[in-house]
Write a new protein. Structure first.
Length: 258
């Protein structure tokens, strides 16, 4: 079933559509950094492109877009991901990876491409679904962990297996042209937004790193050692990049016992 947005799953604690943020009181058509409460952490976008600072080498900073409670207009420059898909994309059959997704037009670096949307699950349901899979089943469940200032970790599990959008057709690559950033609009449940990591030509397959490494950072030695220990349970990678790790990224936490 196609859904452009996240929906509440079997045991999701928070409804992804629930409005939880106060809106800004800007009365202009587009919000300014020094005035808008939604932009207290700095400018999110510049001409529709995600703004990255030199300090953001490993992790993405929080992104909060203006929401339904804001007084600014729909043309506000801080409303990008919520507008949805803006490019012509095509689902196609790859040689070894099953279905894939490619763009039919040029995409500039930093532009929002699409969201990875599906059922928002709690940890128990996400683990139950993964442990019920066989070696022949495709795994679409993604686990996003955000480190809070308090030291706590916020987890978001999204499964587009039964209800989802076009993002479910994105394949992994060890040298991807997209990277994922959690973007919040109305709710604490983030939209898992995929942005162009580089200029992307028309006809090029779209991909991201399933491990979630921000902005295509190379894998660390510690990660590599951990992954090698789990190779017997992992699936081969057919991305074909020069830096291919031979296996798809692996998250063992959902396979562990309670």
């Amino acid at each position: 079933q196609y859904s452009p947005d996240n929906v509440a799953g079997a045991d999701g604690d928070i409804d992804p559509t629930e409005i939880t943020f106060l809106g800004c009181s800007c009365l202009t058509s587009s919000c300014a950094v020094d005035v808008c409460s939604c932009l207290c952490r700095g400018e999110n976008y510049n001409r529709l492109c995600l703004t990255l600072t030199d300090k953001e080498e490993e992790y993405a900073r929080p992104v909060f877009e203006c929401n339904a409670m804001c007084q600014c207009g729909e043309s506000c420059q801080n409303r990008v991901v919520q507008r949805g898909l803006q490019f012509r994309l095509e689902v196609f059959k790859t040689e070894k990876k099953g279905w894939g997704l490619r763009t039919l037009e040029f995409i500039a670096k930093g532009r929002f491409v699409c969201e990875y949307a599906g059922e928002v699950l709690g940890f128990s349901e996400a683990r139950r679904r993964i442990q019920a899979q066989t070696s022949k089943d495709s795994n679409y469940i993604i686990a996003v962990r955000e480190h809070l200032h308090s030291g706590q970790i916020m987890e978001t599990f999204v499964d587009p297996t039964y209800i989802g959008n076009i993002g479910r057709f994105l394949n992994h690559s060890c040298e991807p042209n997209l990277f994922m950033v959690p973007v919040r609009v109305d709710s604490m449940v983030p939209k898992l937004a995929l942005f162009a990591a580089t200029d992307i030509s028309a006809g090029e397959e779209l991909s991201y790193d399933y491990s979630g490494r921000f902005h295509n950072l190379p894998i660390s030695n510690r990660e590599q050692k951990s992954l090698e220990e789990d190779n017997r349970l992992r699936k081969p990678c057919y991305c074909g990049s020069r830096a291919c790790a031979s296996f798809l990224p692996w998250d063992s936490s959902l396979f562990s016992t309670p």
